[in-house]
Design a protein around this ligand. Sequence first.
Ligand SMILES: Nc1ncnc2c1ncn2[C@@H]1O[C@H](COP(=O)(O)OP(=O)(O)O)[C@@H](O)[C@H]1O
Ligand SMILES: [Mg+2]
Length: 267
Amino acid sequence: MDRIQSCEHPIEPFYQPLNNEEALFEQAWRHGMPVLIKGPTGCGKTRFVQHMAHRLKLPLYTVACHDDLSAADLIGRHLIGAQGTWWQDGPLTRAVREGGICYLDEVVEARQDTVVVLHPLADDRRELFLERTGEVLKAPPSFMLVVSYNPGYQNLLKGMKPSTRQRFVAMRFGYPPVADEERIVAREAQVDNALAAQVVRLGQALRRLDQHDLEEVASTRLLIFTARMIRSGMSPREACMACLAEPLSDDPLTVAALMDVVDVHFG
Ligand SMILES: Nc1ncnc2c1ncn2[C@@H]1O[C@H](COP(=O)(O)OP(=O)(O)O)[C@@H](O)[C@H]1O
Ligand SMILES: [Mg+2]
């Protein structure tokens, strides 16, 4: 059975705005337009959606997409219990009924036949067909569909079909500019500005190393992990090995090359 995750954050999740993304998202919501957020892993997409859900006072249903995800996983299914069969709403249906946000993370992982159920919701109809029960749900004005994906190397072929993507207002996220990333690392890892700045400088240097054919570069998330480990007493070298070099590559030579850069910054 699927467990449905809804989170209404009791405390406001910290979010450092980087551009006009808050205004854009809010306007899209007011106009009933769905939003697509593209950006590399660990750059703040999920945090941003949590922040906006809190700010707009909307329940948030998050679905991590994968290639086994079926339309029923989103919409719902009949289950058999002690009292016979009963219908259980999926997260998308819940979000529609409650007028909340349904956030589909890594949407390109989902099969096309799953993504198709979003179409009538993502255009002017704003309707969800519950094939199994025959219901047609009209989304209330506050309902919003948000999808995200990482347009990195592995998704070049997958992508999203133009017929799907042209229904969305699209926003591109990247890693934050230095000053913002320092503030984020200091705040999220609870470290002083000097250490945050040092970790972010290292992150910048690691991101410039593209000759090591890394699949992905050091994310803001990994910089936060590193700073947290240093704060709790690990040596910077051990923290960087465990939180940056090893997560970024399986190739020992590449890990060693990354550690050379670490040694320049924390030697
Ligand atoms: N603009 C931001 N404001 C606040 N925290 C951020 C921001 N960008 C990134 N983060 C931090 O980085 C972490 C990873 O971001 P997340 O939203 O999970 O990435 P994504 O969903 O893009 O993979 C978050 O948990 C948060 O601590
Ligand atoms: Mg995410």
